[in-house]
Write a protein that binds this ligand. Structure first.
Ligand SMILES: [Zn+2]
Length: 55
């Protein structure tokens, strides 16, 4: 679990393993400022910012 969603999507679209891809991105707690990807953990993104859900 050390891959970055940004790279994952760039290299090979996660169509082969959609289930584990979903584990990376759901729930979407962080957004990549650079790529616009979302992920569960900030370590999965290259320029993560916290998404603050409105209450
Ligand atoms: Zn990124």
């Amino acid at each position: 679990m050390s891959k970055k969603v940004c790279k994952l999507v760039k290299k090979e679209l996660p169509k082969e393993d959609i289930d584990s891809y979903l584990e990376y991105i759901l729930p979407a707690n962080y957004l990549c400022k650079k790529c616009g990807r979302t992920a569960r953990k900030q370590e999965f993104l290259c320029k993560p910012i916290k998404i603050t859900s409105s209450k």
